[in-house]
Each structure stands twice: as structure tokens, then as C-alpha cells.
Design a binder for this molecule. Structure first.
Ligand code: ADP
Ligand code: MG
Length: 471
């Protein structure tokens, strides 16, 4: 208990006052472990799961390092505009009565006011790389006095998309500066890259190999694409809108379609967020979502990074992300700071391999769950269509059991020929065939299952109608 207090860290009275006022009682682990090193001037790689208070872990030292002299001393980079403004907000209340000016700069808004702010002087800047580069190029940001450089969501900042920009900025910085990297995950290539611009960093990794994920219930259901809306609807009613819902899709188009589709049938406040929206529109939606004026937000990964909304109790992956860290970030939007939460992924057959990877390679505890059935007509907004996808494996094959086997004089080749004799079907659509005494199991590609079932039902070549069972 004793050493989990903020008082035990040597931080200034102004910050302690703000923390007390905010009602924070104890440090989180990452805060307790990183703040002393950061205050001592060490470079740090800080890893902790989403929602564990990484912002204050770098925010408190950042504020402490600033002298009140209106020269730029701390630069924090974030991957998104939303995150920049959220970090700015948190640091702004943390600084309390300190006479410091902090700003968040990103693209999509006018550059002139930012130039104005820089001219009147500020000590700490949070921003996205593009706009910061712009301002450095135009000569408005003086990097010479920056003594602390921070990357939030470092794994993203150093991936191929952002790294060239980040590297450009790093080259403009004083080599003597201190560097802090914070992230929920540190893939090996990011660690390698970071060693190029960090000095002997302290690794504070709450878990080095395993992914740190929030303590929430993770479920997945195998469901074909055409039934995903049906599934989402049922999950929403099962959940009874007990809290806010965040739905993730992989494309802007899907986000828009879902918003339209569900706005028509549900009497709920539904909004969407995607990268094509103007900064202004995005901010409006985020503000409304945070204040609870939106029940369900449908988004691409734009909203998955670092944003914190207390009320989210359910995250649905309408599409499964293709990156592991993206999955962790998305589900981290729920169950934050000890709240309970559910993350439910709707997985079509092309996505099953990803689930296996999350489970087997990364050890995530994702349990297969049935989509809840709803018997109330009022709540049934989508009907469930027959979809062989749901019965298929990751290669799209569905296993059919038939009651003919060795006892009927069958073998592998004869079954194959029999199927090919029933209907026109490509060899590739017939997978493995297992023949036993009185039955056989044939794998058929899901696109052909209906034809095969139809053909078998009508056929009596073998002197009897063969029974089929879907396995
Ligand atoms: P992370 O960056 O690790 O995902 P955040 O810094 O966004 O997490 O923090 C998540 C939430 O927890 C925020 O609302 C933040 O204000 C709150 N928080 C951070 N540290 C503490 C603390 N020591 N006590 C209580 N709440 C905290
Ligand atoms: Mg964060």
C-alpha cells in the first residue's frame, strides 16, 4: 500500500494537488515503475496493457521537466489526432497550477492559430508527425531546447507507416535529449528500431512475451459475412444496451453501411467514425461518445488507438482485424481500469486463421460462443440466412457424413467418382475423403454444398437414397 502512493514519488506539490483533486488514490504499476526512472533522466521503454495509465506515466515526468520559460522543452508524438488531443487534455489537468502552456497540434485544422501559439511561447507540445514536420520545416518549431521526446503508442509510431516521419523528426532533435517510448506491445522489430535512437533504455515491460490484455471476456462466433448483421443485432439485445457499444469494421464502406443499416432498425443513438471525416466532424462524434450521447459507435481502427471512454462495456469486431496489435487495441476499449467488459468477434471463414493465431501463438483466451437466439419478433431486425460459411473450416470446406462406406464396396476413389458423377464439380471443391465401414466423411467446398446435398437427395444410383449429415 505504502509505496503505491503518488506522494512516495518525488513529484511536485502542484501535480499532487491535481491528482488528489482528480481522486486518484494509487499509482498504477507502470506509473510506479517508470516515473522515478523518467525523473532521473533515463530513457525508457514502458510496456503495459491498454488502460493502465501510460499517459500519466510519461505525462507526470514531462510536466516536471518543464521550466516555466515558454520555450519548447517536451515533444510528444501520437499516431492520431484524437489521441493527441486526449493526451493534451490529461496533461493539462495534471499540470494543475504550474504556469505552463501545453498544446496539441495536428493536421486537418488551420495551421495559422498553431503558429500564433508557438510565437507566444509554450513548453510542451503533443502532436501528430505530419503537422509537426510541417511546422519544423516552416521554421516555427525550434527543436534546440527539446530535452524530452516521447512516443505514445510507440509500436504504431515506429511501424512502416509512420517511421520515416518519426525518423525525420528525431534527426532534428538534440542528441542529448531523453527519450521515452510507451506502448501496449513491443514487437521485436520495434525494439530493434528503437535501439537506434535511444540511449541504454530501461526496459519496463510488464510482460515481455505475452500480450498484455485487459481483464475482459473475449468471445468469438463463427458466422458467415451475410449473417453478421443478424449476429450483431442479437448480441446487442442480449447485452440489453447496458453501457455503450463500440463496433469495429475494417473498411470505411462497411462502417457507413452498418451505420445506415442499424440506424434504420434500432431506436438508439448510433454514429460512425472513420478516417475520411473532417477533423471537426470526428471531434464532434468523439465528444458526444465520451459524454454518453451516443449509444453505439461504429468505427474503423481510427478510434481504436489509445482513446479512453469509460462507458464502453461491449466491443464487437464486426470484422476481425488483420493485425494482432490492432485486436489488442480494439478490445482494450472496454474493461478499462478494472471495469468489466465483453469483446465479441464475428469471424467468417477467411478470418478463422487469425483467431487460431490469436489463441495459439499469442495465448489469448478467446472462447467460441453461440450467437444468442432472440425469439421476440420486435427485436428481430434481420433474418438468418443459410450460410455454409458457418460450417466450414479455414479453407472453406464443410464436412459431410454419408452412410455409405467399405461395407457398400466403396473406397476413396469410388466415393470421389460417385460425387463427380452426381454433379459437375471441380476437383478442387472436393477435399479429403475418409471411408469407414458403414460411413464416409467427405469435405466439400462451402460454395458447392447446396448442389451436393441436392444431388445426393435425389440420387438412387446405389440402390438407396444416401443419408447426409453436416458435421
Ligand atoms: P493507457 O494509455 O495505458 O491505455 P490511459 O493513460 O489512457 O491508459 O489511462 C486510462 C484511464 O485511467 C484514464 O481515464 C486515466 O485518466 C485513468 N488513470 C490513469 N492513472 C490512474 C490512476 N493512478 N488512478 C486512477 N485512474 C487513473
Ligand atoms: Mg495510451
Amino acid at each position: 500500500m505504502q509505496n503505491n502512493t503518488f506522494e512516495s514519488l518525488s513529484i511536485s506539490k502542484e501535480i499532487l494537488d491535481s491528482i488528489n483533486k482528480k481522486g486518484w488514490k494509487e499509482t498504477t504499476d507502470i506509473q510506479k515503475e517508470t516515473i522515478p526512472f523518467a525523473l532521473n533522466g533515463k530513457d525508457i521503454l514502458g510496456q503495459a496493457k491498454t488502460g493502465s495509465g501510460k499517459t500519466a506515466s510519461f505525462g507526470i515526468p514531462a510536466i516536471e521537466k518543464c521550466m516555466e520559460n515558454k520555450s519548447l522543452q517536451v515533444l510528444i508524438l501520437t499516431p492520431t489526432r484524437e489521441l493527441a488531443s486526449q493526451v493534451h487534455e490529461e496533461l493539462n489537468w495534471l499540470k494543475g497550477k504550474k504556469n505552463l502552456t501545453l498544446a496539441a497540434f495536428y493536421g486537418g485544422v488551420g495551421i495559422e492559430p498553431q503558429i500564433g501559439q508557438l510565437e507566444s511561447g509554450l513548453e510542451l507540445l503533443v502532436g501528430t508527425p505530419g503537422r509537426i514536420i510541417d511546422l519544423i520545416r516552416r521554421g516555427h518549431i525550434d527543436t534546440s531546447e527539446i530535452k524530452l521526446f516521447i512516443l505514445d503508442e510507440a509500436d504504431r509510431m515506429l511501424d512502416m507507416g509512420f517511421f520515416p516521419d518519426v525518423e525525420w523528426i528525431i534527426q532534428k532533435l538534440n542528441p542529448d535529449r531523453q527519450t521515452l517510448l510507451f506502448s501496449a506491445t513491443f514487437p521485436q522489430e520495434i525494439l530493434n528500431l528503437s535501439s537506434e535512437f535511444m540511449k541504454n533504455p530501461e526496459h519496463i515491460l510488464t510482460s515481455e512475451l505475452e500480450l498484455e490484455i485487459p481483464d475482459i471476456v473475449q468471445k468469438f462466433s463463427k458466422i458467415g459475412r451475410i449473417n453478421k448483421s443478424w449476429a450483431l443485432n442479437n448480441i446487442l439485445f442480449e447485452f440489453e444496451f447496458d453501457g455503450q457499444v463500440l463496433v469495429f469494421c475494417n473498411t470505411k464502406r462497411m462502417v457507413e453501411m452498418l451505420e445506415q443499416r442499424f440506424s434504420k432498425v434500432l431506436d438508439k443513438r448510433i454514429s460512425s467514425l472513420q478516417g475520411d471525416m473532417s477533423q471537426n466532424a470526428r471531434e464532434k462524434v468523439m465528444t458526444k461518445f465520451k459524454s454518453g450521447e451516443i449509444d453505439m459507435l461504429i468505427s474503423t481502427d481510427v478510434a481504436a488507438r489509445g482513446l479512453h471512454v469509460d462507458g464502453v462495456n461491449l466491443v464487437v469486431n464486426y470484422d476481425l482485424p488483420t493485425q494482432v496489435d490492432s485486436y489488442v487495441h480494439r478490445i482494450g476499449r472496454t474493461g478499462r481500469m478494472g471495469n468489466s467488459g465483453i469483446a465479441w468477434s464475428l469471424v467468417s471463414f477467411e478470418e478463422i486463421a487469425m483467431v487460431s493465431m490469436l489463441k495459439n501463438v499469442h495465448g489469448l483466451d478467446i472462447k467460441e460462443s453461440e450467437i444468442p437466439e432472440i425469439n421476440d419478433k420486435e427485436k428481430t431486425h434481420f433474418s438468418k440466412k443459410k450460410d455454409w460459411n458457418e460450417h466450414s473450416d479455414m479453407f472453406g470446406m464443410v464436412s459431410l457424413g454419408i452412410n455409405i462406406g467399405h461395407d457398400d464396396g466403396m473406397n476413396h476413389q469410388k466415393i470421389f467418382d460417385w460425387i463427380k458423377g452426381l454433379i459437375r464439380i471441380s476437383d478442387l471443391a472436393v477435399g479429403s475423403i475418409g471411408v469407414e465401414g458403414n460411413r464416409s466423411i467427405i469435405d466439400i467446398h462451402q460454395s458447392k454444398v447446396d448442389y451436393v446435398l441436392g444431388a445426393i437427395a435425389k440420387n438412387s444410383d446405389l440402390g438407396r437414397i444416401v443419408d447426409v449429415e453436416i458435421l
